[in-house]
Design a protein around this ligand. Structure first.
Ligand code: 5GP
Ligand code: MG
Length: 174
């Protein structure tokens, strides 16, 4: 695939499913039932995670996505972030849960959280499937993290390398 194969399975499909179920239960416990909750997935990397996570959150909720693009290229973050697709959903007056695939340098989140905060959500929290724990403290730390990630380039379960590997049911290092 793309001339490359994966090296090592970091998290199996079973491990991911168990962790996602536990996170969904914690998230459902956190939010007051009856208050509007919007789960906002950051595309493309979070698409599978969001699909699995929302099915484990036993609360009424809405789902939307946003697409952020950092200027510059692939493997390093240049710092500046703009919204390529902006959710149609109103954030004001709703609890917003931003869902990210992986936190690396933290720059995507550090740019995005203040931008979303300015739209006046009832609350704004971050849920990340993976966190490399290598960045300086985020403007707002993730309340829910699936796994601490090894310092490797990971693919699968939504995460890509040059658009390959997103469909793998497990997370592997390249
Ligand atoms: P940050 O802004 O935190 O440096 O980068 C976050 C984004 O970089 C993630 O949403 C993801 O798109 C990409 N990224 C960072 N580390 C990895 C990795 O190990 N594998 C893949 N596939 N993407 C990564
Ligand atoms: Mg991403």
């Amino acid at each position: 695939m793309g001339g490359r194969s994966v090296q090592r399975v970091a998290f199996s499909a079973e491990e991911i499913a168990a962790r996602v179920a536990a996170m969904g239960a914690e998230i459902a416990d956190h939010y007051p039932r009856g208050e509007p909750l919007l789960v906002l997935g950051l595309l493309k990397g979070s698409f599978i995670f969001v699909a699995d996570l929302v099915r484990e959150i036993d609360l009424p909720l809405h789902v939307d996505f946003l697409v952020a693009s950092s200027y510059g290229n692939g493997t390093t973050s240049s710092g500046d972030v703009r919204l390529v697709y902006d959710p149609e959903a109103e954030l004001a007056g709703r609890h917003v849960l931003l869902v990210e695939d992986i936190i690396d340098s933290g720059s995507t989140i550090n740019r995005l959280m203040p931008l979303l905060e300015r739209r006046g959500p009832l609350s704004l929290e971050l849920c990340a499937l993976l966190h490399k724990r290598i960045c300086p403290p985020l403007v707002k730390e993730a309340r829910w993290v699936g796994f601490d990630a090894p310092p490797e380039f990971l693919v699968g379960y939504g995460l890509d390398h040059a658009e390959n590997f997103r469909h793998l049911p497990y997370i592997a290092s390249l």
